[in-house]
Design a protein around this ligand. Structure first.
Ligand SMILES: [Zn+2]
Length: 257
């Protein structure tokens, strides 16, 4: 863990007080909470996933339909990282806070399932998940248990056992709508909360980036924990400019003491 400045310690205490005194806290997480688990932020340039391929050429719905082989080739290193990744202290701290009754809903833009694996409940995966796949032909949904591992090990593209169509991971690609039922739940959670924590996300991807607005417009307080600026910082009661993995365990210690 990096040593925290006195200013950061002060903001951690302020955020902890807000959490203790709130009745309904919602957390929105992004790639920043998963990078300490070894999962690269696949939207960031220069980490290999976007440098070899243009996103729209491989990770859009059109691209998937025309060239699923290329999509699966692109996904391979990312899926490999995700399958071997373990929840980190930030995931575990959030799950502990939630299990102690301090967090009602965790909304995540991540597709790695690490919040749930850390023991969190009521996790809304607004950008989808690698846990299931759906046939693009007959829409049968299957668990990725075994299927993804087989693909990681042997680069085998998964096909539907019912109709032979190609299976697409239930992650949201460019040109795709977010899963509507999950999105509505996320919107409602933000509208009903009295405290929102934005953690490990630069809020650059729409429409997820507007979720904190629903919270603020309904009177909720806002805490931003991120190592770079976000557009919503100006509306935040507390800004903690640090990695979430250094902050959430500290917050949890204070709140649960
Ligand atoms: Zn099928």
């Amino acid at each position: 863990m990096t040593s925290l400045s006195p200013e950061t310690v002060k903001t951690i205490h302020h955020a902890s007080e807000l959490i203790k005194n709130s009745h309904r806290t919602v957390v929105l997480t992004g790639a920043g909470i998963s990078t300490p688990s070894g999962i690269p932020d696949f939207r960031s340039p220069g980490i290999g996933l976007w440098t070899r391929y243009l996103p729209m050429e491989v990770a859009s719905l059109t691209a998937f339909r025309y060239n699923p082989e290329l999509f699966y080739k692109w996904l391979h290193p990312l899926a490999g990282h995700m399958l071997s990744a373990q929840p980190n202290p930030a995931h575990i701290a959030l799950a502990n806070l939630q299990n102690a009754g301090y967090i009602s809903t965790i909304i995540t833009q991540n597709i790695d399932g690490l919040h749930t694996r850390a023991g969190a409940k009521n996790v809304l995966e607004i950008h989808g998940t690698l846990n299931t796949l759906t046939c693009i032909n007959c829409f049968m949904q299957v668990s990725s248990d075994g299927v993804i591992q087989e693909y990681i090990n042997n680069c085998t593209i998964p096909y539907c056992q019912l109709c032979g169509g190609i299976l697409k991971p239930d992650v949201i690609l460019y040109e795709e709508q977010l899963p509507i039922k999950i999105w509505i739940k996320a919107e409602e959670a933000c509208q009903r909360c009295d405290l929102m924590l934005v953690a490990g996300t630069s809020l650059e991807v729409m429409p997820s980036a507007k979720l904190p607005i629903f919270a603020i417009n309904n009177g909720a307080k806002l805490v931003v924990i991120n190592n770079s600026e976000t557009y919503i910082d100006v509306r935040a009661e507390v800004i903690i400019r640090a990695d979430v993995v250094d902050i959430f365990p500290e917050i949890t210690k204070i709140v649960l003491c």
